[in-house]
Design a protein around this ligand. Structure first.
Ligand code: TRP
Ligand code: ZN
Length: 885
């Protein structure tokens, strides 16, 4: 049984490898029922391992054919081979090793290593997939020069791609042909890629800041070529942005992107040859939403930015994953912020962090952005490593300023180009470049959990001083019950009764020193408790706290409903005006949950309705920000705030709150909707995205009102929309309403888009997220729909993932039917694709947060998975952690 073997890998046990590879030449012979890979490497003893004479090469799921040492064929007694390693001993200081093995890509359903998708061959090597292709040192601190020769049938696979430059190609006998690719940059094996298929491409060109021309190519099947334009434009914007903001230039003569339909994640930054999930490449106004467009640009940027933060400077080991991912997410966030609306981008990133990362931090899977142990590294490509990691990088940017941050980046590349390094190296570059002591930043790397800052204020009217007191703490998490204080840059302002920011002068500071910081300041909280006193504060102010979400923490302050309403109107900071709208809704929903439990009738005061209506009607405010303010915390956000959450109660109360707002604001909703419903031409720019967003937010509210005219209005928008954003918004409003228009629209959508897999993903997802009764039966039925594919991760995430992760009320059906369904599904999927299975099981590990009866049912499901024979290490690790403690 596999879990018997589950081995824990620990950061503290890191050792440099015994040997390094000077070069690797691959010969990959693709054939229909088996593929033969021959790799030749020159190995040399690591300078820090002078006595080493043994070498264990990673290798899995291969049939070893032959091993040659310095040209001599070894007999079976001269090496050992098991499920994980090919081991050799008595080795000299340096030698050449040639290994041949047979692999079966057409049977590979794990989508890791070499596999087939839509008739073409492609690879996914991060994190440890290269070892399914050939025997090698599959670890990121072994970087080498790759030369790859691919051979395949020419008619079926006319295009043969790998990393770097194509240095030779030609025809062979039997209708076969070959291509040789050489990558002049050293890289670890996880950045290797190969693609072979019948592909077309779009091309463009970019001239770098130093005047070099780079060929840009995006590959896909012929029929998808018309959908690649936006991805190409995005790539060019990303290349330009990285030159301007970070002085970073592309280094090869060609940059290729390949779109594939079957992909475990979003995209992969293989050197010079990115492989993308097709959902992050293809776009047209009729098939992609505004969110899709923004995501495509962001991920194209993300993978491109990895060329420096990840590829040129890579990770020493996989515990350092956030070194490249946190930094690269920060870079892609800044890219989007610079190109579109900075406040909207910040709001959306914070929303995402709170919904998903705070939840992970509160779950048994909580881990620091640099974990210290794991069983399966694939389980640690998480919102913590990525999104919280990006917040930690953002802290340097706040502490050092944008120029100081840039100095740190410059020094990081100067020191580490061509190396595999650690998060400590990054911290050192930031601090050395700025002469700053950043040692306390270390806590963010080795302590998990979301820190909580309790804030109180003392106003002294006689002395006109205002003191803010901060007390930080952090809940226990699996790796630690006793945490050292974090360095928390806490941005704030004080607002007077007229709604103006007060000039901030800290006690003991001269007016001169205070000058320049003026009305908004960052207080660096370093201790468990700490205070700051402001002088010359004429009247008791209202604090505007944690502006711009200046650190990934929670904070509490005793705000009243009136305070929030005041801040919604008067806070001069866009982000915190939005924040007030969210915290107000949250506070009221929590109150109503308590009242409901005590049997008290619930209600929403007219002042509250009026506050949201004023935001809606505020013509001075960017429509996108009005829409954000009206998009209230989701059901799972609320569930994360209460002990023993009752999903049904949360669904009802939140819906009641929104429906009350909808009825109260109806005239304004109608007026705004009509004003915005102009059928303008579709363009992707912040202003028109914002207008669509507000219009569709209005429609979503209106659809909560039980009125036939509104069903008709939704159907009309569905039918007349000139773009997918509006069409899908209307469909999604109808999907939650039990009316004949619902069926009509779903059917029409299916007929129109049946042959477009990416659009059908949206159709599956909308139905899976419906809060109407009978949704589980519908999800089960849709698994047999011709457009569904049980092996395609996008389909799985759209249908099953959406049901389990975005449908609180139906997934948590009181009889446990949702849990049983997910459990059966995961056990089956795990036999084919463990990586995706182990993501799908995660909703169940939150059993401790749910009310007792459901909680017991969830736990029983985890136990059932735990004792299933032959479960993968991937799923085992999650379930085992989910049950522990
Ligand atoms: N490095 C990729 C990124 O963040 C992530 C990734 C793509 C990945 N495919 C994967 C990680 C498969 C693990 C397994 O850009
Ligand atoms: Zn990445």
């Amino acid at each position: 049984m596999k879990q018997g073997q589950a081995q824990v890998i620990r950061l503290e046990e890191y050792q440099v490898p015994f040997y390094l590879a000077e070069s690797l030449s691959l010969n990959i012979d693709l054939a229909d029922d088996s593929t033969v890979v021959t790799s030749t490497a020159k190995y040399t003893r690591h300078p820090k391992q002078p006595t080493a004479t043994t070498l264990a090469l990673h290798g899995e799921l291969q049939e070893l054919l032959s091993v040659k040492l310095d040209g001599k064929l070894l007999s079976e007694g001269e090496y050992t081979v098991d499920d994980e390693f090919l081991s050799l001993s008595n080795l000299p200081e340096s030698f050449k090793l040639e290994v041949s093995s047979r692999i079966y890509p057409e049977k590979n359903t794990s989508l890791e290593g070499l596999y087939q998708s839509g008739g073409k061959y492609c690879t996914q090597c991060e994190a440890e997939g290269f070892r399914k292709i050939t025997y090698f040192l599959d670890r990121p601190d072994v970087m080498t020069i790759f030369t790859t020769r691919i051979t395949a049938d020419k008619a079926s696979y006319p295009v043969l791609l790998s990393n770097g430059n194509c240095v030779e190609k030609g025809d062979l006998e039997n209708g076969r042909h070959f291509a040789v690719w050489h990558d002049p940059f050293i890289k670890p094996a996880y950045l290797f890629a190969l693609v072979a298929g019948n592909l077309e491409h779009v091309s463009d060109e970019f001239t770098t800041m130093s005047g070099r021309k780079v060929a840009l190519e995006i590959y896909t099947e012929a029929h998808n070529i018309p959908f690649c334009g936006y991805a190409m434009e995005s790539l060019i914007r990303a290349m330009k942005w990285d030159e301007e903001r970070f002085g970073l230039e592309y280094d090869l003569d060609i940059y290729m992107i390949v779109a594939v339909d079957d992909f475990n994640m979003g995209a992969m930054e293989n050197k010079g040859l990115n492989v993308f999930n097709s959902k992050l490449v293809f776009a047209s106004p009729e098939t992609a939403t505004d969110i899709d467009y923004i995501n495509i640009e962001a991920v194209i940027g993300h993978e491109y930015f990895h060329n420096w933060t990840g590829n040129r400077v890579t990770c020493r080991d996989w515990f350092q994953l956030s070194l490249k991912e946190g930094l690269t997410v920060f870079r892609d966030q800044e890219f989007t912020a610079d190109l579109h609306s900075r406040p909207v981008k910040r709001i959306e990133d914070v929303r995402m962090l709170r919904t998903h990362q705070f939840a992970e931090d509160a779950s048994p899977m909580a881990h620091p952005i640099r974990p210290s142990s794991f069983i399966e590294i694939n389980n640690f490509y998480t919102v913590t490593v990525y999104e919280k990691g990006a917040e930690v990088v953002r802290l340097y940017n706040s502490l050092l300023g944008q120029d100081g941050f840039r100095k740190g980046m410059d020094l990081y590349f100067e020191r580490h180009d061509g190396q595999a390094v650690t998060t400590e190296d990054f911290l050192a570059a930031m601090s050395d470049a700025n002469g700053a002591d950043l040692s306390q930043m270390e806590m963010w790397y080795n302590q998990a959990g979301t820190p909580e800052v309790a804030v109180t204020m003392d106003y002294d009217a006689a002395n006109k001083t205002c003191t803010l007191n901060f007390a930080q703490s952090c809940p226990d998490t699996p790796e630690s019950n006793d945490k050292a204080p974090f360095l928390i840059p806490f941005k704030l302002a004080l607002i007077n009764l007229a709604g103006e920011e007060i000039a901030l002068q800290i006690e003991g500071e001269t007016a001169d020193q205070a000058d320049g910081h003026d009305t908004e300041r960052v207080i660096n909280i370093t201790d468990a408790t700490q205070s700051v006193t402001f002088v010359n504060v004429a009247e008791k102010p209202l604090p505007s706290l944690l502006r711009d979400f200046s650190a990934p923490v929670k904070y509490s302050y005793d705000y009243s409903t009136e305070d929030y309403i005041f801040l919604m109107q008067h806070d001069s900071d866009d982000f915190n005006r939005w924040e007030a709208s969210q915290r107000l809704a949250q506070q009221l929903i929590l109150q109503m949950l308590d009242e409901r439990e005590c049997g008290v009738a619930i209600g929403v005061s007219p002042e509250v309705v009026d506050a949201y209506q004023q935001v809606l009607d505020n013509a001075d405010l960017d429509p996108a920000l009005r829409a954000e303010a009206l998009s209230l915390p989701g059901e799972s956000d609320i569930a994360g705030l209460v002990a023993k959450a009752d999903p049904e109660a949360i669904h009802e109360v939140r819906k009641f709150f929104m429906t009350t707002l909808a009825n109260g604001m109806r005239l304004s909703l109608d007026a705004q909707y009509d004003a915005l419903n102009t059928n303008e031409d579709y363009t992707v720019d912040a202003a028109s995205i914002g207008r669509r967003s507000l219009k569709n937010t209005c429609l979503a509210y209106l659809s909560l009102i039980d009125d036939e005219m509104i069903h008709q209005q939704c159907l009309a928008q569905f039918e007349n929309a000139n773009n997918m954003t509006d069409r899908l918004a209307a469909l999604s409003a109808l999907a939650d309403t039990d009316c004949p228009e619902r069926e009509q629209a779903l059917k029409a959508f299916e007929v129109q888009f049946n042959d477009n897999p990416l659009v059908m993903d949206k159709w599956f997802a909308i139905q899976a997220a419906s809060t109407l009764p009978g949704t589980l039966e519908q999800v089960k039925a849709l698994q047999t729909h011709p457009a569904y594919d049980a092996n395609n991760p996008n389909k799985i995430r759209s249908l099953i993932g959406r049901f389990a992760m975005a449908n609180l009320v139906n997934f948590h059906a009181a009889d446990g039917s949702g849990y049983e369904f997910l459990t059966d599904f995961v056990i089956d999927l795990d036999t084919r694709n463990p990586q995706v299975a182990s993501r799908m099981i995660r909703p169940l590990i939150k059993w401790r947060q749910i009310e007792t009866q459901r909680s017991a049912l969830m736990k029983a499901c985890l136990e059932r998975v735990h004792k299933t024979d032959g479960i993968s290490n991937d799923v085992f690790e999650i379930v085992d952690k989910g049950l522990a403690g």
